[in-house]
Design a protein around this ligand. Sequence first.
Ligand SMILES: Nc1ncnc2c1ncn2[C@@H]1O[C@H](COP(=O)(O)OP(=O)(O)OP(=O)(O)O)[C@@H](O)[C@H]1O
Ligand SMILES: [Mg+2]
Length: 141
Amino acid sequence: MKFKSYSEKDTEKIGEMLARKIKRGEIIRMYGDLGAGKTAFTRGLVRGLGYNGRVTSPTFTVVNEYEASIPVFHFDAYRLSGEEELYDIGFEDYLNRNGVCVIEWSEIVDAILPSDSIKVTIKHGTDVNTRDIEILGVEEL
Ligand SMILES: Nc1ncnc2c1ncn2[C@@H]1O[C@H](COP(=O)(O)OP(=O)(O)OP(=O)(O)O)[C@@H](O)[C@H]1O
Ligand SMILES: [Mg+2]
């Protein structure tokens, strides 16, 4: 499925729409350059799952946890050198907690992720505020 976003709010809305299709245990791999909107998309997703607080980038913490209707574990692999480091921070424990794992910069740790996960790719468009968003692995939103 492809979407066009014209603002950060649009991107959050699309994340919110994806939330309706999300089930426990799912993994969402996020791809896109710096500033593409991966965190904005995740913010919408987390809010769509009923969490009303602040949703910020886990760049420095590597993982942020949100107690939404389904727990959300929001990872940012940007600072990791590879999948080994994801194991080191206890990724398997998070997987066993029956929530949703969202992973920014998924390409860095893709080798250990199941191939059937949902994939979200965000690309910068022609204008500063436009983005092309592709979601694979879910039926119609
Ligand atoms: N259509 C859009 N969708 C999302 N963000 C947009 C859009 N237009 C402009 N922006 C801006 O782009 C930035 C996106 O930042 P965000 O932190 O979500 O990106 P990111 O992909 O998570 O980056 P990083 O790789 O650094 O984690 C914000 O400053 C936001 O205001
Ligand atoms: Mg981010």
